[in-house]
Design a protein around this ligand. Structure first.
Ligand code: DQA
Length: 143
C-alpha cells in the first residue's frame, strides 16, 4: 500500500525556516525517515511539496487513483483553503493532518483549519516526529 505525504508552502525551507519553531530537520530528512519507517511497516511512502495551492489540489486528485492514504501538512493553506478541503473530500481513504508546531499555542489565525473538517486525525506540536506518528497510524488504519 502507498501513502503520499503532501506538504504545502514554505516547507521546502524546513531546517532553515524559523528553526526555533520548526526545528533543524529538512524535508529531505523527513522523507528519508518516513521511507525507512514505511519499509518497516510494509508501506510505500512518497513525499512531495508545493508552494502552489492548485498544484496541491492536483496532487490530491492524482492520489485518488493510486494511493491508499494521505498525510498532509497544508502549511499556511490549512487556514485558508476551501479548495484543498474540497479536493480531500473527493479522496476516499484515510487522511491525517500534521503540523510540526503547536498551532493552538500560536496566533489565533492558526487555530482554525479547513482541512480538519475532513481529516481522520490531527497531529500538532510534536515536531517532525508527527509525520512518523501519522505513518504509524496509517498502518493501523489500513491493516
Ligand atoms: C504549519 C503551521 C502553519 O500555521 C504554518 O503556516 C506552516 C507550518 C506547521 O507545520 O506547524 O507553514 O503547518
Amino acid at each position: 500500500k502507498t501513502i503520499h505525504i503532501l506538504n504545502g508552502p514554505n516547507l521546502n525551507l524546513l531546517g532553515k525556516r524559523q528553526p526555533e519553531i520548526y526545528g533543524a530537520d529538512t524535508l529531505a530528512d523527513v522523507e528519508a525517515t518516513c521511507a525507512k519507517l514505511g519499509r518497516e511497516l510494509g508501506l510505500e511512502v512518497a513525499l512531495s511539496q508545493s508552494n502552489h495551492e492548485g498544484e496541491i489540489v492536483e496532487m490530491i486528485h492524482a492520489a485518488r487513483e493510486k494511493v491508499e492514504g494521505i498525510i498532509i501538512n497544508p502549511a499556511a493553506y490549512t487556514h485558508t483553503s476551501v479548495a484543498i478541503l474540497d479536493a480531500l473530500n473527493t479522496f476516499e481513504g484515510p487522511v491525517i493532518e500534521v503540523h510540526i508546531s503547536n498551532v493552538h499555542r500560536r496566533e489565533s489565525f492558526r487555530h482554525h483549519s479547513y482541512v480538519s473538517l475532513r481529516a481522520d486525525g490531527v497531529i500538532a506540536g510534536l515536531g517532525v516526529e508527527g509525520y512518523q506518528l501519522a505513518l504509524r497510524r496509517m498502518a493501523t488504519l489500513l491493516a
